[in-house]
Design a protein around this ligand. Structure first.
Ligand code: AMP
Length: 282
């Protein structure tokens, strides 16, 4: 079997031309690059389920509130292209900012209640930026399916809601979180952790598992489960908690009691690096 080389396209016109003759169905994996095994898992799933796979690599300025955060986001395109090639990806779409947002671009997707809590509350405008770029990518690629990581659980809900509300036919598929052996969820941002912070960071997963164990043992109070996470996070002096949450899995409203499917989630800072993680219940 001969592998066809990955084609790298940078403009809307090149993307259209590359997709014109591509066999269907098409699977899209939107990323911001600095690819790791979490992204690879999405690529492998997309390859298994589609005739053509498209990875987009675009650090989307509209989803960053802090210009310094945008500037410091890690980038290594040659390495990313090698990974996409090794995973047998057919097309990499790596546009510049003006290709995604041409001069004069003046429309934003405004996300409703599903984007107002948790990451949306901590990062105002973040999900509007995500929904806007994903709507553009969905339209440009016209994929049958798009693959997202459960690691960004609220993002999955936001994107699904956006696709439903804007009548975009792409099906949103959520894939499990891929972790380092010590439990830390893989993330492009992990590269910013210094050695001591990296050693402390698995406490996020330990806090989630402690709350999950309490739930499995019959604890149903949202307050008690939040306390379990806070207590575990407090064992790491380098951690500064942004939020811990026990929320309804569909609406992300905070729960007093867990009586159905729920989502444990948290955001924690180590120095200047902010990490998030989550664990579904039920
Ligand atoms: P990013 O490049 O960080 O925007 O991520 C691109 C996609 O990969 C998003 O759908 C993320 O949720 C997903 N992703 C990032 N990290 C992981 C991980 N550790 N496991 C699974 N999916 C991930």
């Amino acid at each position: 079997m001969t592998e066809v080389a990955t084609s790298v396209v940078r403009t809307r016109a090149e993307l259209r031309a590359a997709l014109g003759s591509a066999p269907r169905p098409v699977g899209l994996i939107p990323t911001m690059g600095w690819l790791h095994d979490g992204h690879r898992a999405l690529m492998q799933r997309a390859r298994a389920e589609n005739a053509t796979t498209v990875v987009s690599i675009f650090v989307n300025p509209r989803q960053f509130g802090d210009p310094k955060d945008l500037e410091q986001y890690p980038r290594d395109e040659p390495r990313d292209l090698a990974i996409a090639e090794a995973e047998g990806i057919d097309i990499v779409f790596a546009p510049g900012v003006e290709e995604v947002y041409p001069p004069g671009s003046d429309t934003t997707v405004r996300v409703g209640a599903i984007g107002a809590t948790l990451e949306g509350a901590a990062r105002p405008g973040h999900f509007d930026g995500v929904a806007t770029v994903v709507a553009i990518l969905f339209d440009l690629v016209g994929a049958e399916r798009a693959y997202f990581g459960q690691k960004d659980a609220q993002q999955v809900l936001v994107v699904r809601q956006m696709a439903r509300d804007l009548a975009i036919a792409t099906t949103v598929i959520a894939c499990p979180t891929i972790r380092e052996p010590d439990g830390l969820a893989m993330s492009s941002r992990n590269v910013h952790l210094n050695a001591a912070e990296r050693a402390a960071a698995p406490v996020l997963h330990r806090a989630l598992l402690a709350a999950r164990d309490a739930w499995a043992g019959g604890e149903r109070s949202g307050y008690a489960l939040r306390d379990v996470m806070q207590a575990r996070l407090a064992t790491e002096p380098l951690s500064r908690v942004d939020y811990v949450s026990v929320a309804d899995a569909a609406t992300l409203r905070e729960l007093d009691r867990v009586d159905g499917p729920a989502l444990l989630s948290l955001a924690v800072r180590f120095g200047t690096t902010r990490l998030i993680d989550n664990e579904p219940l039920g």
